[in-house]
Design a protein around this ligand. Structure first.
Ligand code: FAD
Length: 325
């Protein structure tokens, strides 16, 4: 038997794709992933309050939001399997998706495997992750912890510059920690950073340890050349040192961009292989938000449904639905 659609990943992109595909009667199968401790739901399972997802005026806990998305997908007939996909074969049709337990043939695939923020794994970091330490200023900058406080951003590229400038909306002072004696950010971003009176750049240094009690209180940084240590009394530490897209599985089978993200065509979510789409953080290193992941998950599902219909590949599903009635 060949399935209509397999969705790989259970973040906002995967579940949104599943909700739309379920409603379009594609009977989607969602491989939710197992490696995150057997807990489906993606990155938002690791956070507390989500304040910027529309529809929740008072905010919503990340795990609760993902539970609701999962239930909505199940309600529309998605079959959710908490397993990792360990291999894919996109060289022939139907495509083959393999887990430890099974191999499934499918006409269409939507890849929503997300990305993982790089962390420094400093001593003490685990204690303050999501409670002072973050990899997303847009997500966490408005936390009252940072109101009129001092915070630090690690990195010297465009993302670090954007995060630092964004944080000046809340923090009284932003320290930017750069490993070398120059910024990699674009000239415009450099100018904005260097001319900001509440941003201080610390050159040739790296963070070495964080300290605090209930919350983050202090960061120790080290001069890379002299090895001198300096203390910064910050309430927040933001990593802007890049993300790793979860695309290892697809290397050599799909076109990836120079950063390893899945390349999608123009305004669509189509990959270079017809019948395969990619949505969410796995194809987006620009916005990296739950709502944009959900938005592209919706796009991918609509594109998949139209493609299956145009290619007369939906017959099997229609027959299946009729036989169920
Ligand atoms: C701590 C934290 C706080 C955040 N806060 C906010 C916020 O407040 N607001 C906001 O908009 N955004 C926030 N974000 C960003 C947001 O979580 C991401 O943009 C969003 O989750 C991306 O969704 P996604 O569906 O693309 O991927 P993800 O959420 O990364 O989900 C990817 C899924 O793919 C699965 N997967 C990976 N490989 C495989 C495989 N081989 N087989 C099967 N499954 C696989 C994973 O298990 C996971 O379920 C936050 C991120 C973090 C880390």
């Amino acid at each position: 038997m060949t399935e209509n659609l397999v969705i790989i990943g259970s973040g906002p992109a995967g579940y949104t794709a599943a909700i739309y595909a379920g409603r379009a009667q594609l009977n989607p199968i969602v491989f939710e992933g197992f490696s995150a401790g057997g807990i489906p739901g993606g990155q938002l399972m690791t956070t507390t309050e989500v304040e910027n997802f529309p529809g929740f005026a008072e905010g919503v806990q990340g795990p609760e939001l993902m539970k609701q998305m999962r239930q909505q997908a199940l309600r529309w007939g998605a079959q959710c399997i908490t397993d990792d996909v360990i291999a894919v074969d996109f060289s022939q049709r139907p495509f083959v998706i393999t887990t430890d337990e099974q191999s499934i043939k499918t006409h269409a695939v939507i890849i929503c495997t997300g990305a993982t923020a790089k962390r420094l794994h400093l001593p003490g970091e685990e204690l303050f992750w999501n409670n002072g330490i973050s990899a997303c200023a847009i997500c966490d900058g408005a936390n009252p912890l940072f109101d009129n406080a001092e915070v630090a951003v690690v990195g010297g590229g465009d993302s670090a510059a954007e995060e630092a400038l964004y944080l000046t909306k809340y923090a009284q002072k932003v320290h930017v920690l750069v490993r070398s004696d120059r910024l990699r950010a674009s000239k415009t971003m450099q100018n904005r950073l260097l001319s900001h009176d509440r941003i201080q750049i610390h050159w040739n240094c790296e963070p070495v340890r964080v300290y605090g009690d209930q919350v983050l209180r202090k960061l120790e940084i080290q001069d890379i050349q002299s090895k001198d240590l300096t203390e910064l009394f910050v309430s927040g530490l933001f990593y802007a040192i890049g993300h790793i897209p979860n695309t290892e599985l697809f290397q050599g089978q799909l076109t990836l961009d120079p950063l390893g993200y899945i390349h999608t065509e123009g305004k669509s979510t189509a990959t270079n292989i017809p019948g395969i789409w990619a949505a969410g953080d796995v194809q987006d290193h620009h916005y990296r938000q739950a709502i944009t992941a959900a938005g592209t998950g919706c796009m991918a599902s609509i594109e998949a449904e139209r493609w299956l219909a145009e290619n007369a590949l939906l017959i099997e599903s229609a027959t299946m639905n009729l036989s169920l009635v």
